[in-house]
Design a protein around this ligand. Structure first.
Ligand code: ZN
Ligand code: ZN
Length: 252
């Protein structure tokens, strides 16, 4: 899939110089989406329908809640609740009605076919609920933005010498975003170019993982009383930077 290019934010994130430039882009896009859903854009009919349908995942509900626009959040949550009740009733209606009206069937019924159906209903409903809870309009939009940014990174690496040098001098990517970058390279670069790309990226990753391992080691050694007066160097925030490198998510 081809995405349109979004070069300015990618260049800006590259200049910021963190442990992963995609994490910087992700954090900015995520904040912007949270703000936009609490602002005017949510009143657009198409967006409103999508919010009613999908709602937000637990992580984004927490971000929306912490943004302290309780009325905006209440209005969206109210219509999403109505939609959830409607869907739940529909789901229950097309399955064994007894499972809803009589959740504890009589002992004798336990071995009957009806019981088997009820068991299937319980499993299907559990699966539906799990999907429903994790459905999220912000996650969907964020995934799309990240795919576009990663596609732009590959494009800039291939077409702009300056970007290739900047990327080679950067600290690389966190592991989850490295996986995205590698997949995008595999999808979009020719055979010879992908070789060059791997030769650029993998050494950066390994060098930076080694550096972080040393920084984290010094962080732990600083707890030894013999080291307490020695300088921290770069290790003071090593824990959050190593966690970011290993599992993603920009921690400020
Ligand atoms: Zn990252
Ligand atoms: Zn989400």
């Amino acid at each position: 899939m081809k995405y349109h290019l979004d070069t300015i934010p990618v260049w800006d994130a590259c200049h910021e110089g963190g442990e992963c430039l995609v994490c910087i882009l992700e954090a900015k896009a995520e904040t912007a989406y949270v703000e936009s859903f609490l602002g005017g854009s949510v009143m657009e009919p198409d967006t409103r329908i999508e919010v009613n349908d999908k709602g937000f995942c637990p992580h984004h509900n927490k971000m929306l809640f912490d943004a302290k626009n309780r009325l905006g959040l209440a209005l969206m949550t109210h219509t999403h609740t109505i939609e959830t009740i409607k869907k739940l009733k529909k789901f229950s209606g097309r399955s064994s009605a007894a499972a809803v009206t009589n959740p504890a069937p009589r002992l004798l019924d336990r071995f009957a076919t009806k019981e088997k159906n009820t068991r299937k209903f319980a499993r299907d409903l559990a699966e539906w609920i799990r999907k429903h809870v994790n459905n999220c309009i912000i996650c969907d939009r964020l995934a799309n933005s990240l795919n576009r940014y990663v596609y732009t990174i590959i494009y800039l690496w291939e077409h702009e010498k300056e970007f290739r040098s900047a990327l080679t001098a950067s600290k690389g990517f966190c592991l989850p975003h490295l996986a995205m970058v590698l997949e995008s390279a595999a999808d979009n670069l020719s055979n010879s170019r992908i070789d060059d790309f791997i030769s650029d990226i993998i050494p950066i990753e390994l060098q930076n993982l080694d550096r972080l391992e040393q920084e984290l080691k010094w962080f732990t050694l600083k707890f030894d009383y013999r080291n307490q007066d020695k300088p921290w160097g770069n290790s003071k925030d090593a824990v959050q930077r190593v966690l970011q490198k290993l599992t993603g998510k920009y921690m400020e």
